[in-house]
Design a protein around this ligand. Structure first.
Ligand SMILES: C[S@@+](CC[C@H](N)C(=O)[O-])C[C@H]1O[C@@H](n2cnc3c(N)ncnc32)[C@H](O)[C@@H]1O
Length: 584
């Protein structure tokens, strides 16, 4: 996915960081400018003569900087731009890097997104483009290059081409150094034309918080293309924003939801939006209002999933996707879905219809194996509630709650076990053993808490987060009646979700059978169609189709493996609702 050897790049960054010591933004800027200047001197000399950054003489003579510039030499232009932007990010502190989301789009993905927009009808030479968080022009530069190539073929002069690009390719960006890099990269992208005209291109890159500055450009662009920043927005930040974003709030909003909404506002009716984002907004309750906007004001045309294990970005672990939407009240009948495992080859996974409810999660396959899992979303279907169970998030947030934690029970009254996610074993067992560090505290003093905090029924304890290397999203273990009888009750740590019987209902299966079902491969695949993040939320668990419990139990009793039994339970999905009620 990344264009060159990531480890070699990180080695350069380590040596460059040592140059002036520290991670101050001003130092990062000076080093990046000087690396850029060395690249300009070797490959784009006229740009320096025309006034682009000449860098810092002292820094340019450093062997570390020269070695980095040599490493960049010979790489295609878009790769050079990608590594220079990434160097600026890499020289910053990790805190600043994630605060600003300084993770840039590799050329393979910008090429794919631009190609997809074209296939959906965008004509590059006719459209006005904007990127509301343009970073180092990862999208604007290749768009400008393609426009210039096509206009050249149509016989346009370099003068006209540069004027056209100036008026049709626009960026917004918070960081002034990235604005500067964007200007330089756009000049490098159109080098031959700039040389012919003998004057630098002066692209429109507006510096500032785009959530504020771009609002006045509503419906100005035919295409908005963006890899927006992502992180939670604080209440203080949100209160300073225009009311225009208030409809998106359900819980704490993520910055990228606001940017997706902004992208749609900036787009003209019938225009297109191309996004590279975390896939989290396809599911998750808090993204319901955003999904509603995207379904109400636009139509979702294409989704490309990027296999999380290859990682779309330097330093980031999450499921990402490219999405193409058209701003149009006429809904497309279905979304074309693709998946890539290398950023080059995009395997088609068919066309899929989104649920009629505009707030509902987008149920889409991420792999060929998940295609059959989609059948289970047909109605009528079983859910956890039909099984007589409901998910509850573990109450205790260590470090935030003054509940005394203990290593041993001792002889205190009102002490009960504390269940950590690490007690849930790979084999689906609950290992009530002291873990490492904090996890060694496996008891809590709950004298200050009522039974709504202390669970007193058996349940299925399920890990709420999974790592990208973990084979399955759902990993759980039963907390048995025998455990409850022995300890009287238990409290959950916040990284565990407890799927507990609904009061007053007779569950369709025991917690042991429920854990077997949830730990099966078919259920994991069904869940992946619903969820775009490594976090397992109660909202998605509630929405997840379950297999027919009567069929599963019968198959297990007859000696079928859990996977076979669950597959049979899903195959019987057409079971009538009456059948469900009888079983429950
Ligand atoms: C994930 S990066 C993507 C950059 C670029 N579009 C790309 O694809 O490589 C997000 C960019 O958003 C910028 N950014 C963060 N907050 C912003 C804001 N409020 N307004 C404008 N840009 C912002 C960051 O500085 C960063 O360059």
């Amino acid at each position: 996915m990344l264009p060159k050897d990531k480890n070699a790049f990180l080695g350069h960054i380590r040596r460059l960081s040592a140059l002036n010591g520290g991670e101050a933004p001003a130092i990062a800027a000076r080093i990046t400018r000087s690396a850029l200047a060395l690249v300009l001197e070797s490959t784009y000399p006229r740009l320096i003569a025309l006034g682009l950054s000449a860098g810092d003489q002292n820094l340019k003579s450093k062997p570390e900087l020269q070695a980095f510039a040599r490493w960049l030499q010979g790489a295609p232009f878009l790769e050079t731009a990608f590594w220079l932007s990434s160097a600026y990010a890499g020289l910053m502190s990790p805190v600043r890097r994630s605060e600003q989301a300084l993770f840039f789009t590799p050329p393979a993905l910008s090429t794919r997104l631009i190609g997809s927009l074209r296939r959906h009808g965008v004509r590059l030479t006719k459209a006005r483009f904007a990127d509301p968080s343009c970073g180092g022009s990862a999208f604007l530069a290749p768009v400008a290059m393609e426009i210039a190539r096509e206009l050249s073929l149509s016989g346009w002069s370099s003068n006209r081409i540069l004027a056209h690009v100036t008026n049709h390719v626009v960026g917004f960006e918070l960081d002034p150094v990235l604005c500067e890099l964007s200007r330089a990269f756009l000049n490098m992208a159109l080098y031959d034309h700039v040389c012919r005209v003998g004057q630098l291109l002066e692209p429109k890159i507006y510096q500032g918080n785009a959530l504020v500055t771009a609002l006045s450009y509503a419906e100005n662009y035919d295409v908005v293309i963006s890899n927006p920043p992502y992180r939670k927005v604080t209440a203080a930040e949100f209160s300073k924003l225009d009311d225009a974003y208030h409809h998106l709030v359900m819980g704490q909003p993520n910055l990228y939801a606001l940017f997706i909404d902004l992208s749609l506002r900036l787009t003209k009716p019938e225009g297109h939006v191309g996004l590279l984002t975390p896939a989290g907004f396809f599911g998750g309750r808090s993204f319901g209002p955003l999904r509603n906007v995207l379904r109400r004001d636009a139509s979702v045309r294409q989704v490309d999933f990027i296999e999380p294990r290859i990682g779309a970005f330097l330093d980031v672990e999450q499921e990402t996707a490219l999405t193409v939407v058209r701003k149009s009240s006429a809904q497309a009948s279905s979304v074309s879905v693709f998946v890539t495992t290398d950023g080059q080859d995009f395997v088609p996974l068919g066309n899929h219809v989104l649920a009629a409810d505009a707030y509902a999660p987008w149920v889409l396959p991420r792999s060929r194996e998940e295609l059959s899992a989609l059948l289970s979303f047909a109605t009528p279907r079983w859910t956890l509630a039909d099984y007589g169970y409901e998910p509850k998030t573990g109450f205790l947030v260590p470090h935030r709650m003054p509940v005394p934690r203990l290593r041993r029970k001792g002889n205190r009254l009102w002490v009960c076990p504390l269940i950590w996610a690490t007690q849930i074993g790979k084999e689906g067992t609950h290992d009530f053993q002291p873990g490492r560090r904090d996890h060694a505290d496996i008891y809590v003093d709950v004298s200050g808490y009522g039974c709504d905090r202390v669970l007193t029924t058996p349940s299925v304890a399920l890990q709420r987060t999974s790592s990208k290397d973990q084979a399955r999203r759902l990993r759980c273990a039963p907390i048995t009646q025998a455990f409850v009888d022995k300890h009287g009750g238990y409290m959950g740590e916040n990284h565990v979700c407890f799927i507990a019987p609904i009061t007053g209902r007779q569950p369709a299966v025991s917690v042991e059978v429920l854990a077997t079902i949830l730990n099966s491969d078919p259920v994991d695949r069904v869940f992946r169609c619903l969820s775009g993040t490594a976090t397992v939320s109660a909202y998605e668990l509630r929405a997840m189709p379950m297999p027919d419990p009567v069929i599963v139990r019968r198959a297990l009793t007859a000696g079928a493996s859990p996977n076979e039994a669950v597959l049979q339970g899903y195959a019987a999905i057409s079971t009538k609702r009456d059948g469900k009620q009888k079983a429950a």
